[in-house]
Each structure stands twice: as C-alpha cells, then as structure tokens.
Design a protein around this ligand. Structure first.
Ligand SMILES: Cc1cc2nc3c(=O)[nH]c(=O)nc-3n(C[C@H](O)[C@H](O)[C@H](O)COP(=O)(O)OP(=O)(O)OC[C@H]3O[C@@H](n4cnc5c(N)ncnc54)[C@H](O)[C@@H]3O)c2cc1C
Length: 449
C-alpha cells in the first residue's frame, strides 16, 4: 500500500506513517472486513432490544488494534498534545482504509462522533473536564454524542437552536428537545455535548449559544425514540430523539464559558469533515471492488455475455475510477492545507471535499448496485447499507446547499475584478482590430469584444 501513496502525498508522509498505513490496511482487510457480518449478526442476537448490548467482536478488535499500535490516529500532530504523531494527510490515507469496513473506525478509536467530541474536549475543555471525559474517550472505555440539531427548527442555521439554558445558582437548567443525536443509543454512551441558548436576548446572534457537558444519565433526560436511516436503525449507536425536562447540570460543566457555543461548533467541524470524506473514498473503492467481482461472474451472462463484455459496463468502471481518483486528490489537498494553515485557512478546500465526495461515492455505489441487479438492493451485499450511510453525509455536518452558498459567495467576491479584467482585454482587442485593419463588421454593438 505505502508504495502506492498518491503523488500529491509523496514526500509528505513519514516512514513511521508509511509503516502504520501498511498495518492499517492489513488490519482492515484481514480482520475488520471479515468481522463486519459478525458484528451485524451479534446485534441481531439482541432480538427486540438491539440497544442494550454491543457486539463483543468490537472489544476483541480493539484489543488487537491497540497491540498493533493503531489507536487515536485522528488526533493530528502539532495540534493536540495527545496525538500519536500523524498529520491530517497521513491520517487521511489511513481513514480511506478504515472506510472500507463497518467496524474498523471504532476498532482503532477513530469513529464519529467520538472523534469530533474528543477534539472539542482536547481543544476547549479544562483540566477537570478532560480528566473526567476526555481520558475515558481516548482510552475507548466510553462513547459520546453531540447534540445540536432540534426537531422544531431549521438547524442547519445554528442561530435557530432553541434548547433553553437558564442559570440557577451554581447550575444550569436545560429544557428542550434534540434529535439526530448520533451515538445516543449505545449503552456505552456516557456523555452528551449539548448546544443550547443561554442568552437569547444578546444582540449578537452568535453570542447567544453555549455548549455544556451533560452526563447521559442526568435526571430529566429521556430518549423518546431512535430514528431510522432509510429503514436502518444503525444499532448499537443509532440516532436519538431526546427530550430535556428541567435537566440540572453544574456550571463547571460549561465548555469555555457562556456565549462561546459558536466558536466551539465551528472548531469541531473542520478536520472531522475530512475524516468523513476520506472514509467515503474508501467506501467508493469498496463499491468498485464489488462491481468488478459481479461483472466478472462467469455464471451471470445476460444476453449471452458476461457483464464485463457489455460496453456500457466497462464505461461505468472507467468513470468510477476517474471519479474516485479525482475526489481523492481533492480530499488530500484539503488535508495538506489543514496541516499547513490549520482548519481556518483551509475552509474552501474542506467544503470542496465535504460536498464533492459523498456525491461521487453515491454515483459509484449506485453503479455497483445496478450491476448486481436485485441482489444490489438487499442485504446480500454491503452496497445498500453503504448507500444509505453515505446519503446522510449530504445532510450531516450541514447540508450541501449551506456549504455551496458560502463557497459561491466567496467565489463571487472576484466578480467585479474579473469583469473589469475581461472588459480591459476587450478594449485592447478593439485597438488591435484597428491596428491590423481587420473589419469590426461582424461584431454587434452589444458585444463585449
Ligand atoms: C444520519 C444523520 C446523523 C446526524 N448526526 C447528528 C449529530 O450527531 N448531532 C447533531 O446535532 N446533528 C446530527 N445530524 C443532523 C444534521 O446535521 C442536520 O440534519 C442538518 O444540519 C440539517 O438540519 P435540519 O435537519 O434541521 O434541516 P434544515 O435546516 O431544516 O434544512 C432543510 C433543507 O433546507 C435546505 N437548505 C438549508 N439551508 C439552505 C440554504 N442556505 N440554501 C438552500 N437550501 C438550504 C437544505 O436542502 C436542507 O437539507 C445528523 C443527521 C443525519 C441524517
């Protein structure tokens, strides 16, 4: 694998990272991918209540991963003192491998939403908060959820968030509802990172929100129901719809301080989007592998030929190859930018990857599904589940349209300047027409030329 590092990454990947990348690849191929169906079967053994246990195969994979030195690779070097020493680029290459398996990310303690939540605690938590919550997360002993989205408001605009936070002595009292709280169904989920409105009267709409740490077993919290994703329940972690009724939380659980919520959510989302994007590249590669297997099946010969002999199918393969390779470059470019300039300096590149990669992967997976016929949409391949998972990435961490609107606005800042430049060039062209005595007759009065 490390001999196949994309050219954009050559010279930027340390020898240690190359070796680790090889170990990640072998661990995913030989241990995690074969364990994926075992994981699903163990959840099914939970019967009616799939939420009160987690598959033991994960614990065994975690033990193996730790022994191999594969743990918390997402915490980037130079940004977190807890980092095992890899750059975003190096981890990006590893995340692509992790994206090929359902169990791999959790096995190496690099699974969302814990990754983003650990980053929040490492970056913004005080020493007491880190000791109580970050350490057990880093050790993989507990899991966590991030609660921002609410059922009653358009949450892609975070100024709309309503969950009430009222100060009462040394406590904050929380009232409201959250949904799409990923991870909340897992019995190991012990901590919620909750965004609410602590100062609704503040004139600055970006200073009204705060983020507070809420132990999952605090009285007044109720998981109303678990939400499905295209019919999948995503057990054991799932997505909760949770109500808060007079939930009392000590003021010492506030992160950074009242009114700093926006700052925290913005800091949380940067590198996390790249992690999703890199895993998604891996998922697209896996879909292409499955498609290749199907089109080479000698027993399936519609209209007297194997699928690989039908021209359109090879075109799907070729297009998929082009699209995956192009998208990978976009993600690695973003990872390099984060390494060099920090997440703030790489906003454009992160948004490009966040929007492009899921759309690319959905196209590739859809082709693979189509090549399988009916088998492609049922449980006999991983493709149907992969499609459902990746489709949600066009919504999670903000819908495509929000990122595109911001990117469009930024791109359009050049509007005046490029117009002036084009008009200036046209003026020069006209002067040249005169100099060379070429007829202007074919150019209408409205032409910019
Ligand atoms: C599987 C999954 C997991 C999730 N996990 C979490 C989690 O762990 N924690 C959490 O807090 N949230 C989570 N979310 C929620 C997710 O972040 C939100 O669904 C998303 O931000 C959109 O918010 P909304 O659902 O309130 O939709 P709305 O804000 O109501 O938006 C609806 C639609 O309006 C359109 N739209 C919005 N803004 C614009 C615009 N500027 N221009 C044009 N169109 C626009 C978009 O098409 C958008 O999809 C998850 C969602 C899913 C599906």
């Amino acid at each position: 694998m490390s001999d196949k590092i994309p050219i954009i990454a050559t010279g930027r990947v340390s020898e240690h990272a190359k070796k680790t990348l090889d170990i990640v690849k072998r661990f995913v191929e030989e241990r995690c991918i074969p364990a994926d169906p075992v994981f699903s079967a163990q959840i099914d053994q939970g019967g009616a209540d799939r939420w009160d246990h987690h598959p033991s195969v994960i614990d065994d994979l975690k033990t193996e991963a730790k022994k191999l030195g594969l743990w918390n690779m997402f915490l980037a070097k130079g940004h977190y003192k807890e980092s095992p020493g890899f750059t975003n680029l190096e981890y990006g290459l590893m995340a692509e491998q992790l994206g090929k398996s359902r169990t791999a990310s959790e096995a190496v303690n690099c699974a969302a939403p814990d990754t983003g939540n650990m980053e929040v605690l490492a970056k913004y938590g005080n020493e007491a908060q880190k000791k109580q919550w970050l350490q057990p997360l880093l050790d993989g002993h507990i899991r966590s959820a991030f609660l921002m989205t609410e059922p009653d408001v358009a949450s892609s605009d975070a100024t709309n968030i309503q969950l009430g936070m009222k100060k009462d002595g040394n406590d904050w009292i929380l009232n409201g509802q959250k949904w799409w709280s990923s991870g909340a169904g897992d019995p190991r989920c012990k901590i919620y990172i909750v965004m609410g409105k602590s100062d609704p009267g503040n004139k600055d709409p970006y200073k009204q929100q705060s983020v507070i740490l809420v132990p999952a077993d605090t009285p007044g919290i109720k998981i109303e129901r678990m939400l499905s994703v295209y019919g999948y329940d995503d057990a054991p972690h799932g997505h909760g719809h949770i109500s808060f009724k007079n939930v009392r939380v000590p003021a010492s659980n506030m992160v950074l301080g009242p009114g700093r919520g926006f700052e925290i959510i913005q800091g949380r989302l940067g590198p996390g989007r790249i992690h999703h994007a890199m895993r998604t590249i891996g998922a697209a590669e896996k879909a292409l592998d499955w498609m290749l297997m199907r089109i080479n099946d000698p027993k399936k010969t519609p209209f007297g030929k194997q699928l690989k002999e039908h021209g359109v199918i090879l075109e799907w393969v070729a297009k998929s190859r082009i699209e995956i390779d192009a998208a990978r470059l976009v993600v690695l470019n973003a990872a390099i930018k984060i390494d060099e300039l920090g997440a703030k300096g790489a906003l454009k590149e992160i948004a490009e990857a966040k929007v492009l990669v899921p759309q690319m992967a959905l196209t590739v997976i859809d082709r693979a599904v189509q090549s399988f016929g009916g088998a492609g949409v049922c449980q006999d391949t991983p493709l149907a589940n992969m499609w459902a998972q990746i489709r949600t990435l066009r919504l999670a961490d903000g819908p495509d349209e929000v990122h595109l609107q911001q990117m469009g606005k930024n791109e359009n800042k050049r509007g005046q300047e490029v117009t002036a430049n084009i008009l200036k060039q046209a003026e020069t062209t006209k002067q040249m027409f005169a100099k060379y005595n070429v007829s202007l007759a074919h150019i209408g009065p409205k032409s910019k030329l």
